[in-house]
Design a protein. Structure first.
Length: 162
C-alpha cells in the first residue's frame, strides 16, 4: 500500500520521503513536483499568477490522477502542506494510502521556514503569528486524518514505519 506523508511546510515530507524510499527500495513521488512538471511552472508562480484557490483545485486534480495512474502500489508520496485542506483530498488519501503525519514542533518548523522560504508561497508574506495560526489549524486536520504520527524531527533520517 502506498504511504502518503502529510505535514506542515518544512516538516520533512520530501527529504525524509526520499530517504525512506531509498532505504526500502521504493518509488518516491512528490505532489508539488508532479504539479510543477505537468504545468511547467513553480508552485510559487502558480500561486502568484492564479492564486491559492486555483492551485488547490489543480492539486486535487493531480492527486486523483496520481492514484488512478500509478500502478505500483508500494511507494512513498509526499503531499503539499495544504493538501489536507480539502476533505475530498483527505478521503482520497485515506482510501488509497497509509497516512503518516510528520509532526515536528512549531519552533523547529519556523526555523526551517525562515532558512528556506524561497518558493513557499504560503510562508512568503505571513508573520510568525500567522504561520503559527495556520499550523494550528492544519495540525488538527493532520491529526484527525493520519494513521501514524512521527514526532522525531531529524529531517535527514528515513522514517521507520515498516
Amino acid at each position: 500500500m502506498p504511504v502518503s506523508l502529510i505535514g506542515f511546510m518544512c516538516s520533512g515530507k520530501t527529504g525524509r520521503g526520499q530517504k525512506t524510499a531509498e532505504k526500502y527500495f521504493l518509488q518516491f513521488f512528490d505532489l508539488d513536483e508532479i504539479i510543477e512538471k505537468y504545468y511547467g511552472k513553480k508552485i510559487s508562480e502558480i500561486f502568484a499568477e492564479s492564486g491559492e484557490s486555483y492551485f488547490r483545485n489543480i492539486e486535487s486534480i493531480e492527486l486523483i490522477k496520481h492514484f488512478s495512474e500509478v500502478q505500483d502500489r508500494n511507494y512513498i508520496l509526499a503531499t503539499g502542506g495544504g493538501t489536507i485542506e480539502s476533505p475530498e483530498n483527505i478521503k482520497l488519501l485515506q482510501e488509497n494510502s497509509y497516512i503518516v503525519f510528520l509532526d515536528p514542533p512549531f519552533e523547529i518548523l519556523l526555523e526551517r521556514i525562515k532558512k528556506n522560504s524561497v518558493g513557499r508561497p504560503m510562508a512568503k508574506s505571513r508573520s510568525d503569528k500567522e504561520l503559527f495560526d495556520l499550523w494550528q489549524k492544519r495540525r488538527e486536520i493532520y491529526l484527525n486524518s493520519c494513521d501514524c504520527i512521527i514526532t522525531d524531527h531529524t529531517s535527514a533520517n528515513a522514517i521507520e514505519i515498516f
